[in-house]
Design a protein around this ligand. Structure first.
Ligand SMILES: [Zn+2]
Length: 286
């Protein structure tokens, strides 16, 4: 064997070993953890809770919190719901809607995102549970984000009569120009099964929830408005103003099975008592 061919064989062997080592490292590398932040996206004082549980608690008040979330995945960022409009921060006494909801914002979503160095332009995907004003309030901060929405919700929000569904187009003036992926079922956002939009119809025509699998914290389902507070979840009650009340209850029962099968916890976005036990941004869950 010539000196040259020995050298070439050596070079080949070293190259092969380093390729194999790189492959092995990739195979055994642990998945980069997901991170989940919860934001204070306002407060809603309900002046008659029986709206949410027909025939029960007529004339009684109930405070609902309003929560938005940011998911940091190695492949991108997903904001889940955009809350009440940040502009409400300028009306500390609150703004009344339909004579029954008094809404307040004390911290803007924009400021909370900036605080953790994810300003609005750093958001890749916008997941909106549904198009009611307390979930879509700051959507115009994210014109670049890919909107992920069930087709029925999109059609209702941008169709001929959005008011029929309780949607107010002045709450989402620029959203129609966002890039959009219209969904017709569940959707695995990053393709690895860790962040999945769940089609959960009933509250609105194309309502959806968000399933997140966190390495340390466990599996969580962010409710959207599938349910507004724990008592209604326990008793499977649907608000009088829901798009399809029967469908809501069917969905609740399906979701309850899903939670059991996946050992997942339901985080009810409007539930004040449950949210008091959840750490909010800048703290986070992994
Ligand atoms: Zn809501």
């Amino acid at each position: 064997m010539t000196k040259q061919s020995i050298l070439m064989r050596a070079v080949f062997a070293v190259t092969l070993i380093s390729i194999l080592a790189a492959c092995a490292a990739k195979l055994s590398a642990p998945e980069q953890p997901l991170r989940l932040y919860a934001f204070d996206c306002g407060i809603i004082e309900v002046l008659d809770v029986s709206l949410f549980q027909p025939g029960i608690g007529e004339g009684e008040r109930k405070t609902l919190v309003n929560t938005c979330y940011l998911i940091i995945h190695p492949e991108g960022t997903l904001l889940w719901d955009t809350g009440l409009p940040d502009a409400l921060v300028n009306t500390p006494e609150g703004t009344t809607l339909y004579e029954v909801f008094v809404m307040r914002v004390t911290k803007t979503l924009a400021a909370q995102l900036k605080e953790i160095n994810y300003p609005p332009e750093a958001i890749d995907f916008l997941g909106i549970s549904h198009m009611h004003g307390d979930h879509v309030g700051n959507a115009d901060l994210f014109p670049q984000a890919m909107l992920l929405m069930q087709k029925e919700e999109y059609d209702a929000a941008f169709g001929a009569n959005p008011n029929k569904f309780g949607f107010n187009p002045t709450a989402y003036p620029t959203l129609h120009s966002n890039p959009v992926k219209k969904l017709e079922g569940d959707y695995d956002v990053f393709g690895d099964g860790r962040v999945i939009i769940k089609r959960t119809l009933g509250h609105t025509p194309g309502h959806q929830a968000l399933y997140v699998k966190l390495a340390e914290t466990g599996n969580i389902l962010l409710s959207g408005d599938l349910v507004h507070f724990t008592d209604n979840w326990v008793h499977k009650r649907a608000p009088s103003f829901n798009f399809d009340k029967e469908r809501t209850v069917t969905t609740m029962n399906e979701v309850e099975e899903f939670l059991e099968e996946n050992q997942a916890t339901l985080w009810i976005q409007h539930d004040k008592e449950q949210n008091a036990g959840i750490k909010h941004s800048p703290a986070y869950y992994e």
